[in-house]
Every structure is written in C-alpha cells, then in structure tokens.
Design a protein around this ligand. Structure first.
Ligand code: DGP
Length: 112
C-alpha cells in the first residue's frame, strides 16, 4: 500500500520520533502549526476516523491512553488540543488516521 505514514512507521521515510510502542507511533509534524505539533498514529493502517469500528477500536483506546504521558513529556502543562481531520470537508491530506497534538501556546478559540 502506498501510504506515507505506513512508510514513516517502517522507517522508509525519516521522521522525528517522539514516542513508539507496539501499537502506535508519534512524531513531529513536518509543518508545525503550534510550538508543539505532534502526530500520533496507529501502526495498523486505518484510513480515517470514519473507518474506526468495534474490530479495530482497541488501538484507538490505547492511543488515547498514551496521550497524557506524551503531552507531559512534551511539556504541555498548560493544556493541549487533539484534532483529527476526517475526509475532504475537513481537509484530511494523509489518509492514515492521525491525531494532531497541539500546544505550547494559547490556542485559538475557534476550530473551524
Ligand atoms: P491532515 O491535513 O490532517 O491530513 O494532516 C496531515 C499532516 O501531516 C500535516 O499537518 C502535515 C503532516 N505531514 C505530511 N507529510 C509529512 C511527512 O512526510 N512527515 C511529517 N513528519 N509530517 C508530514
């Protein structure tokens, strides 16, 4: 499968790793939109949030269970935002489910 983030997980494309375990991978966004901008992804290929179901959702629960430790390690003591873009209307550009972890400054009140 020709998936950019699958290639990053396999190390075929370099990335700036923040965290990794058997189920998930976290790395710095190439185009940061905040002082801290990390992408957190499942290692299994799930195209978007719209593809999450009862068969594959355990990895998403695991991913969310790891977010507080990743945020703490990044120094996000003042709070942070978790965002996932799903589909064309949300401008999803990479079709491998990813959660943006944003922080390091006061973020905008608007999300749209
Ligand atoms: P989205 O627009 O929600 O699908 O976000 C995709 C993000 O992926 C975007 O913020 C930029 C980031 N990105 C795209 N290509 C690369 C890459 O090759 N390396 C890294 N680290 N990030 C990438």
């Amino acid at each position: 499968m020709d998936c950019l983030f699958c290639k990053i997980i396999k190390g075929e494309i370099p990335s700036n790793k923040v965290y990794e375990d058997e189920l998930i991978y976290a790395f710095r966004d190439i185009n940061p939109q905040a002082p801290i901008h990390v992408l957190i992804i499942p290692k299994t290929h799930i195209a978007s949030a719209d593809e999450v179901n009862s068969e594959n959702s355990a990895v998403i629960a695991h991913l969310f269970a790891k977010i507080p430790a990743i945020a703490k390690e990044q120094g996000l003591t003042g709070g942070y935002r978790i965002v996932t873009n799903c589909g064309d209307d949300a401008c999803q550009s990479v079709h491998h489910l990813h959660f943006h972890l944003l922080g390091g400054r006061k973020l905008s009140e608007t999300m749209s």
